[in-house]
Design a binder for this molecule. Structure first.
Ligand code: NAG
Ligand code: NAG
Ligand code: NAG
Length: 432
């Protein structure tokens, strides 16, 4: 009897310790996500009204999508895309030891995580002191002889043999810096404790010229390429997945970005679609098969359905390839009905607008992705909104190779990227 009790206690203790070990090892973490124009953001600009915000966001979306380069270079090596800080949703990270707090853009459209560093030849203005790598004793410069350096599209050797990266943008902005490793930490909102990842490859920017917005201090690269944060740390929580839930830009709540958690369990109307492997691996490509506007349905060209759509957290307004956009616009006009006349000179860059208050019911727009049981049904607020005296369609045409799903259309969806199962899933959510 004594032996039995003793044995049970041991088993009990074993089960406690093993479960606490597995929760340390398997569990991911969660970080608050805020829009840079939300009242909670340090970059909140209360004088910007809704029309100005959405018009600026639409122009930024167009220039961002233009800067995406989908054409393979000569050597088809899997390379890293870095991007400038035009993005909308911000998260807090800590870099170095001791940790320095950085507010960075969460960006699924680029890989390299980078911050502006001291000393800086040419940094854009930021509201916080620059990260000083000389004050971080875990900071290591990566030599240009390392294979890691070859993951960068544009790279070279610096005067002391450091790996230099360069990024150039469509509008002649550029960013230059060197590659290094350091500890990145996050304030895990699940347990209110700092979680650390050591020796993460990141960029230290010291020459950033052009149209950078003086908002975030850097970028968290969440793309699918070899140097992205999720690629680097995913194996440490044994589920290579992350998810986010975007709140509207003017929300007074915080959303969340979660790493290593199953977030879609027991959700209704789950839309799950395969990721398509395409060059470059940075982008998350999915396949849009059909769009419906109320009962009207249309499809992309038959030769352009596989991997025709790119998920992007950094683009605000969704852009559809021109032929699809034309069909969308025509279907919306037909659904709304001829007795309502659309505006001949809509506010640029919007394409379809009606006088505010005239149209009572806007049609339901849904996107249908490959293998998904349900359509992605947008709310009216995802698709139509006010611009001055008009109600406009918040989707724009693109003349480039891919359609892009922007963050405005992802608001109030929980979106999960599962890089092991190679799927993206969407479910309506209140982001709580
Ligand atoms: C928004 O701001 C612009 C420029 O300051 C102004 O022209 C416009 O009337 C404002 N709109 C509203 C709805 O206040
Ligand atoms: C981490 O977040 C908690 C609240 O969730 C906060 O009290 C704490 O100060 C944060 N730690 C740091 C270092 O910012
Ligand atoms: C698909 O076919 C159309 C003509 O039917 C052509 O214009 C377009 O370039 C093709 N797209 C691709 C990706 O081959």
């Amino acid at each position: 009897m004594k032996g039995f009790v003793f044995f049970t206690i041991i088993l009990f203790q074993l089960s406690i310790s093993s479960s606490s070990i597995s929760s340390e090892a398997n569990n991911g973490f969660s970080v608050d996500l805020i829009h840079r124009n939300s009242p909670l953001s340090p970059f909140y600009n209360p004088s910007l009204n809704h029309s100005e915000y959405i018009i600026n966001a639409a122009f930024r979306s167009i220039s961002r999508v233009k800067s995406f380069n989908f054409t393979p270079p000569q050597n088809k090596a899997d390379q890293t895309i870095a991007t400038e800080n035009r993005g909308d949703y911000l998260m807090q990270i800590f870099i170095g030891t001791p940790p320095k707090k950085i507010i960075a853009v969460a960006d699924t459209g680029s890989d390299l995580t980078w911050v502006q560093c001291r000393p800086c030849n040419n940094c854009y203005f930021q509201n916080f002191p620059l990260f000083d790598p000389s004050k971080s004793y875990t900071h290591r410069v990566i030599p240009c002889t390392r294979p890691t350096c070859n993951y960068l599209f544009i790279h070279s050797c610096g005067v002391t043999g450091e790996c230099i990266y360069g990024v150039e943008y469509e509008d002649e902005s550029y960013s230059k810096g060197y590659l290094s490793t350091d500890t990145i930490s996050f304030n895990n909102t699940y347990i209110g404790r700092i979680i650390k990842y050591s020796s993460i490859t990141l960029g230290c920017g010291y020459n950033n010229y052009g149209s950078f917005t003086p908002t975030a201090e850097g970028i968290v690269g969440l793309g699918g390429g070899p140097l992205s944060l999720i690629t680097q740390i995913g194996y440490q929580f044994d589920k290579r997945k992350f998810s986010y839930c975007f709140l509207p830009y003017n929300s007074r709540r915080t959303g969340q970005i979660k790493f290593g958690f199953d977030t879609q369990k027991n959700r209704r109307g789950l839309v799950t679609t395969p990721l398509v492997a395409k060059f470059p691996s940075t982008f998350y490509y999915i396949s849009l098969e059909r769009i419906s506007v109320n009962e009207r349905t249309f499809r992309p060209e038959a030769n352009e359905t596989v991997g025709n759509f790119v998920m992007d957290s950094g683009t605000t307004i969704t852009q559809l390839k021109f032929d699809l956009f034309i069909k969308l616009k025509a279907s919306i006009i037909l659904s709304i009905g001829k007795k309502f006349v659309f505006e001949r000179n809509p506010p640029k860059p919007f394409d379809l607008c009606y006088k505010y208050g005239v149209v009572r019911y806007f049609p339901r727009v849904s996107f249908y992705f490959a293998n998904a049981a349900y359509g992605l049904h947008f709310s009216e607020a995802n698709v139509f909104g006010r611009v001055g005296p008009f109600m406009c369609l918040f989707i724009l045409p693109t003349y480039d190779g891919h359609s892009i799903l922007g963050n405005y259309q992802q608001v109030f969806f929980n979106v999960e990227y599962d890089l092991d199962k190679r799927t993206v899933s969407f479910a309506p959510s209140d982001c709580k």
